[in-house]
Design a protein around this ligand. Sequence first.
Ligand code: SF4
Ligand code: SF4
Length: 451
Amino acid sequence: MISAELIRQRVAAAGVVGAGGAGFPVAVKLAARADTYLVNGAECEPLLKVDQQLAAREAAALLRGLRHGMTATGATQGVIALKAKYREAIAALTPLLPADVRLHILEDIYPAGDEVITIWLATGRRVPPAGLPLDVGVVVSNVQTLLNVAAAVDQERPVTRRTLTVNGLVKQPLTLTLPLGTPLREALALAGGPSRDDVAFIDGGPMMGRLLPSLDLPVTKTTGGLLALPHDHLLIRRRQRGDAAQLAMARTVCEQCCLCTELCPRHLIGHELPPHLIVRAVNYRHAGPSPDTVLAALTCSECGVCEAYACPVEISPLRVNLLLKAELRAQGLRYQGALRPADPMARHRLVPVSRLITRLDLDLLNHKAPFQAMAYRPEKVVLPLRQHIGAAAQPCVATGERVREGQLIAAMPQGALGAALHASVDGVVVALDAETIVIQTSEPTCLTPSP
Ligand code: SF4
Ligand code: SF4
């Protein structure tokens, strides 16, 4: 059997990062000791259809990635958390499960994919506020991350591609795999382009994704999706509202109904985090009822339930928290409150995704987006040197140099937190600066559907 040390070395060499959004270097995660390795296959952001399809199509590889994760961390049980509606993934995985791995079937609720909530639902353990999954003996990775681990360990194949969903107002909603660095504009074109003119775009899911300033931005290791929405959709308008307008709204219309706190998932499982009190404290510029009240903003997961679902008057406690987080972190402050008892109604207060989709006015935009296999070669890829938490990778190629797909083009300095970067296409390095490496492919763009 392959050793834990060799697994970590190959995962580090392949530049594997958490594909779920934050981009934490996985080799660092695999150096921890835990008793449980949890596969987060919840994918609870409406409209994104990546992990549920990958788990069905690549069940054996997913289990190999999980096995490597368990070996590296010493975990004695593996748990794969999937929603009941992902029937194809469940059918593909069930006959392959070894004795020490089980499926945990989740209801279709939001945010089942917030790792703290997934851990609670799948194992009953509660991560303390400001804590880590490791505090309760769990390491968590999503499906695409573990597929990258399997490729890194079994084939020494670096991360050069990313699977994402293109959904919403596009002519052919789909899920596809593209070389890293492909401009999002080309992902949109592969989905047939927008189905009407007046659209705006979100990078990621409707709840946690960000408004895209430009479709020239590239696909990265953490790009989960590209959503096209009407330019005046509430999710677009909300993201365009400035901080001053958000704070003014909170000050003038918050009625202290407490719904944001009653539905906050972190609050429900026993974290102090009381968004209504934080909004009140900010509105009236006081510290709140306890010294930790405002500091609790640091424990907000940014799931968006308070803003998108709970508040009846369109206030965003999430945005208030984000502003506070920036201020509190700049002051070096930390939250130190203890875990409290969970709300006895917690399981019943998590938000049904079907209701969330309706509330977000997404019923007509939530297409299946089936996986489409294709070999796509962009004319040019733009590869950010920082697609992960930590320091930027340091280029180890020069302008004018010819590179091959999979070749190391930027490495991490010894001891620095981060992830190596590899060429995602064959081509020539045509530009290089402190932030990106640009590779021009040797042939024009072509699209080759796989047989
Ligand atoms: S839900 Fe809205 S109105 Fe109610 S307390 Fe929270 S921010 Fe204020
Ligand atoms: S975004 Fe809102 S609902 Fe979600 S954890 Fe933060 S305060 Fe709670």
